[in-house]
Structure formats: structure tokens, C-alpha cells
Design a binder for this molecule. Structure first.
Ligand SMILES: [Fe+2]
Length: 175
């Protein structure tokens, strides 16, 4: 009886720890500048000369990408919070940490283009976090399947953005 009570207490404490870590992650993602250890890809390249319209479009694309990185943070943290397997939890938390660099890169590019981040980021974060929590609660098989499909969709989305950027760059700097 006492052992059961003790186990429940420990489990509650662990869950509270996880919630605090999740809340901390949300605050860091939404309110503080993201940090990167690796250099920003493309920072060694000369800036393309873009027209105002191309710059605005480029900035809009990067804002969408940044939202995607915010959502990735929230998804991984939500999934990690409810994942049943310890190894899956650790992998998801590590993935969230790695995504922080993408967040920093997109943030920096938005600033270089003179734009701003989405004002709806808290909403995107909350929605993605909730989806991640539900995916984790469905079990590791569904959780990892959801993760794989999300990455697949992100890859397809980024390929579309790259095509648009290439078209703009070729117009600005004939190759
Ligand atoms: Fe990313």
C-alpha cells in the first residue's frame, strides 16, 4: 500500500517536472532569440539583389518556415511529454533541441530581410503541442508514425519553397 502510494507520488512529481520543462520550452521558443552552435547555412554567400516584391515574398516564405520550426518544437515537446518509451522520449527531446538551430536560422533570415515573425506563433505552438501530446498518448507506434509522416510533409513543403527561391535567385542573379 505504502509502496503504491510512493510510486504514484514519484510519478506525479515526474509529470510535474515534465510540465515545467514543457512550459520552459514554450517560453524559450516564443520569447527568446534561438541559439545556434553551427554557422547559419548560406551566410558565406553574397546577398542576392531582390526587388521589393521578391524580398517581401522571400520574407513571407521564411516566416512560414519559421512557423514550421516553432510547430516542430511544440510537436516534439508534446510527443516527448506523453511518449511511453524512455528512449523515444529522449530521442524526441533531442530532436527538439536540434530543431532550435533551425529556429535560429529562420529567425536570422527574417531579420536580414527586414521582416517580422508571425504574431500567431503562440497559437501555432499551442495547437502543435496539443497534437503532439495526443500523438504520444496513442502509443509509441502511432507517435513515431506521426513523426515520420510529419517529416515527410515538411520535406515536400521545403522542396516547394526551394523551387520558388531558385526562380527568384535566377531572376536576380543570372547563372
Ligand atoms: Fe526544422
Amino acid at each position: 500500500m505504502y509502496a503504491q502510494f510512493y510510486r504514484d507520488e514519484v510519478r506525479t512529481m515526474i509529470n510535474i517536472d515534465k510540465l515545467i520543462i514543457g512550459f520552459d520550452g514554450a517560453l524559450r521558443t516564443l520569447l527568446t532569440p534561438a541559439q545556434t552552435l553551427r554557422s547559419v547555412p548560406g551566410s558565406e554567400l553574397p546577398e542576392a539583389e531582390l526587388t521589393d516584391i521578391e524580398k517581401r515574398l522571400s520574407c513571407a516564405l521564411m516566416r512560414v518556415n519559421h512557423v514550421g520550426e516553432v510547430c516542430a518544437q511544440a510537436l516534439y515537446q508534446g510527443q516527448g511529454l506523453t511518449a511511453r518509451n524512455e528512449a523515444v522520449q529522449q530521442t524526441l527531446m533531442q530532436a527538439a533541441r536540434e530543431e532550435t538551430e533551425h529556429l535560429a536560422w529562420t529567425e536570422r533570415r527574417i531579420a536580414e530581410l527586414g521582416g517580422r515573425k508571425s504574431l500567431l506563433n503562440p497559437l501555432w505552438y499551442g495547437g502543435s503541442f496539443a497534437i503532439g501530446v495526443v500523438a504520444g498518448m496513442l502509443g509509441d507506434k502511432w507517435n513515431l508514425g506521426f513523426l515520420a509522416e510529419t517529416e515527410h510533409q515538411v520535406g515536400a513543403h521545403l522542396a516547394g519553397h526551394l523551387q520558388l527561391c531558385l526562380i527568384m535567385t535566377r531572376r536576380a542573379v543570372p547563372l
